[in-house]
Every structure is written in C-alpha cells, then in structure tokens.
Write a protein that binds this ligand. Structure first.
Ligand code: GLU
Length: 319
C-alpha cells in the first residue's frame, strides 16, 4: 500500500524530473561487454509512467527501444511462477546476494542454489524451469520464448516488442561467464535441460527490445495485485505478485539493492541496457532509460529521475 496524500500534478512532476536530470545527462558508463550495447548514445533519456486505467505520462526518448537485459528476469519469474508455482523455490532462493550480477563465488559455498531469481544464476535456473514447463530442450526454449513475447504483446497492447536477434547472438558470443554459471549449477544437479538450450532462451529474453512506454504498460499488472487493470487479465495471483515485488525490493539491483531501496523506496529492477522498471503498488509503474550505469550496473540518470519522481509524487511503500 502506497501513501500519497494528494493527486499528482504530472506536468509539474515531469518538468521537475527534467530539471533534475538535465545536468547529469550522459553520466555513468555505458555497458560495453557487447558491441550492440557499447554503441548506444549515452545522452539518451526516456521515462514513462503508466497509471491504473492505462493512462501514460512520458518524457524524452520514451518511445525509443532499448535492450531490456535483466529487467526481463521479472517477467520470466512471473511466467515461471504462473506455470510451475512454488516448486521454483526448491532450486532458487529469495535472499539478496550482495554480489555483482554475474558472480560465481556464492554458488560454490551454497551448493549451486542461486541466492535469488534476479541475479544471472537465479534467472538461468528460472529459465531452465520455464523451458521444462514447455517440454524442455530447444523446442521448449522456442515455445517458452514465443509465449513470453506474446505475453509482452498482450500486456503492452503493442506487437512491436521483439527479440533483437543481433543482441541475442552477441550475448551468446560473449556468454562465457553465464555458461560457466550454468555448467557449475549442472554439476550440482540444479539444471534440468542442456545448458545451451536454457541459455538460448536466457539470451533471447535478455535481448528483448522495448521502449519505456511499452515496458511501463506491460508491467502494470505488478502494481495491481497481479491483474492487468485495463484488460482484467490475471497474470499471477495477488499473493505471488506481492512476493515478486518483495524479491524486486530486496534483490532488484544486485549489490546496489539496499541503496536503491533507501533512495527510491519502491520495488524495482534494473538492466545493464540502462533501463529501470519500478512498481508503485496501487498506483502504477515507471520505466526509465538512460544508458550510463553506476558500478553495480544501474542507470545513473535513471536513478536520479526516480528519486525526483518519488519526491514529487510521495510514492513509497514505506508510508
Ligand atoms: N544479459 C546480461 C547478462 O546476462 C544481463 C545483465 C544485466 O542486465 O544485469 O550478463
């Protein structure tokens, strides 16, 4: 439940966000582990807020597609919980990792069980479960990704969301660390499918190309107890929705999660493409994009914009 005293003056709030971010545009370091991300213009900035009836408030490059990267982990988590339920929690935990997104260190100490579904290892196990629910192997991977894409099209009411095959190929070409994580978990019997089948799905969902407007709209079910408030489609139950938000709050930003909760006070998920998705329960969703990242892989300017947004709206899950 969010506490906000009065209706938001969106024109004023957006103006104030613009003023706050302007001196910082271009700051941070653009992800450069694959060429497709390294060549993105660091001066881009977009923001979209989606509200209960699907009303949107947008700023800057809100209609430009960017690489979703780890924000997709929230949607694969939702889809996996919908498909297989709490079985997932036998193979992945719910604790913040305090480690970088692709860390392998904890996995050995913790017998191949990743700390949570929002770090790479946890998302790989979640994806592994998801493709099993679609029959497993390469065919299961293809079907799961087709279903995920359809879900995005339905939720965003927009068929222009796609998997960027070029980015997916680069992710795979540069995927040694993710392969290491997956093989390591296989050695602990925590993977049901061949590593390459699971990773082919993982690389694809990280490579979704989406705009702030589409992302905020697609995530709206998370702000309304698991049900899309515009279409009435239930994506997950109310209980599961709350749990997804709890994991986002504690683990949505890798080793930056505590600081993000302190500064923004809302559940969120960042991706190294420079996007951040934030959920304001009972109010709406916010998607922001600016490619320059801090050391933990969270958008610098995106975080500044969100700090100003919560100042303007009074939105916080902490009352
Ligand atoms: N595709 C990236 C990886 O798996 C995602 C990282 C991120 O966005 O945090 O390395």
């Amino acid at each position: 439940m969010i506490i906000a005293d009065q209706p938001v003056d969106w024109a004023r709030a957006l103006e104030s966000i613009k003023t706050s971010v302007n001196p910082h545009i271009g700051s941070g370091k653009v992800a450069d582990y694959i060429p497709a991300l390294a060549c993105v213009d660091p001066n881009k900035f977009g923001l979209a807020v989606a509200l209960d009836r699907g009303d949107m408030h947008c700023l800057g490059d809100a209609d430009e597609s960017f690489s979703m990267q780890s924000i997709s982990k929230v949607f694969t988590l939702a889809l996996t919980l919908k498909q297989i339920g709490d079985e997932l929690w036998k193979r992945v935990g719910r604790e913040p990792s305090g480690s970088p997104f692709n860390s392998i260190v904890q996995l050995e100490a913790e017998q191949g069980i990743p700390r949570n579904p929002l770090i790479n290892a946890g998302a790989i196990v979640t994806t592994d479960h998801l493709i099993s629910a679609y029959g497993g192997g390469e065919t299961g991977a293809d079907q799961a990704m087709a279903d995920l894409l359809q879900l995005f099209h339905r939720l965003a009411d927009d068929d222009n969301i796609s998997i960027d095959r070029h980015v997916a190929k680069s992710e795979s070409d540069a995927g040694s660390r993710n392969r290491a994580l997956a093989h390591f978990m296989t050695s602990f019997a925590n993977m049901a499918n061949p590593v390459e089948a699971t990773l082919s799905a993982y690389f694809r969902h990280c490579s979704l190309a989406i705009s702030c407007r589409q992302l905020a709209r697609a995530a709206l079910f998370l702000a309304f107890d698991g049900t899309d408030p515009v279409t009435g489609e239930q994506i997950v139950t109310k209980k599961r929705c709350r749990r997804i938000l709890a994991v986002m709050m504690s683990s949505g930003h890798y080793d930056n999660s505590g600081d993000f909760a302190y500064r923004i006070g809302l559940p969120g998920k960042s991706g190294v493409g420079g996007g951040i998705l934030v959920v304001a329960p009972d109010h709406g969703t916010i998607a922001v994009w600016s490619p320059g990242l801090n050391r933990a892989g969270t958008s610098m300017v995106g975080s500044i914009a969100l700090e100003e947004l919560v100042r303007q709206t009074g939105w916080s899950v902490f009352g």
